[in-house]
Design a protein around this ligand. Sequence first.
Ligand code: COA
Ligand code: ZN
Length: 319
Amino acid sequence: MQSPADRDVIVREVGPRDGLQLVKETLPTDTKLNWIKAEAEAGMIEFEVCSFVPPHIIPQFADARAVAGRALEEVPGIRVMALSPNIKGAEIAFEAGVHVMNYVLSVSKTHNEANVRRSREQSILDFAEIVKIRNADPKLKDIKIGVGLATALGCTLEGDVPEQETLKVLEEVLEAGADEVLLPDTVGYAHPTQVRSLFMKAIDLAGDVPIITHFHDTRGLGLANVYAALEAGAKHFDASLAGLGGCPFAPGATGNIVMEDLVFLLESEGLRTGVDIEKLRAARDIVEASLPGEPKHGRILKAGLPKGFEPASKLMAAE
Ligand code: COA
Ligand code: ZN
């Protein structure tokens, strides 16, 4: 397996978390693990594997502790991330020993109330508290704390989310000690010019703290937005195998951008992802077989790679 240093960009599989949030069927723990293992075989090194939420809110994640524990144990070499929407979830994630705990709060105040039942201000205070809990315990020192600023680029409840508002919340979470920050387009409202502008400013503001993209393809601009973020200097990109996904508390939400197509875009641009597109097929087969009722998206594995296509990862590995 290649190390992160051999990659120009990092793609992050969020399907086992974001991808499953809206799915009606509950995937068995073994199937989730088989999916993660198959994708790790293809070279994927970062996975958001679950959410630590109350099971009555999202039953799909009732096995979250088992999934995180087994991913840590059974899939060596990957970075195991888990989402936690509150202090209690963060404590469970710390106990599980994940590599990255991803907190979530929303720039849109209305979405924050709908999603986590707190004011945005309270969520930011809770975030600062979580960082303190991690910092106070030497056993937790290696755990990274990420935070997703949901609706950073638009909200189905409030509509437009001003760039200044997102940058203000970004400053607050950086101040509180975030190790990495996602700027998700939760409901697929963003367009490339907006993305380029926000990411340029956010990357500038964040210094060494990575600013991560997380696009939903609800209105078909997902990959165009990836390209705009690339131009702005982004290096980390979330996506979901077969484009599963969506926030259950954001009306009209649909899937993430498709992982297979994202890898194709990046490799075509000469950027090494370390992920073998053809090998993603084995993981996709698992998802197809286990979620027959869900819409699956993606062009590249359907159409096939262009004749003679040489991915950047392969060309550079051979040098
Ligand atoms: N994991 C497991 N149990 C939890 C928990 C967590 N992260 N957070 C709270 N609980 C339990 C509490 O212990 C309490 O249990 P009890 O009734 O047996 O005492 C119960 O759930 C209610 O706790 P409370 O703190 O009042 O939570 P809440 O009802 O205000 O809900 C959230 C707050 C954040 C837990 C809830 O809104 C949520 O899970 N939202 C999901 C957001 C999400 O995942 N969105 C999609 C991704 S962006
Ligand atoms: Zn999402």
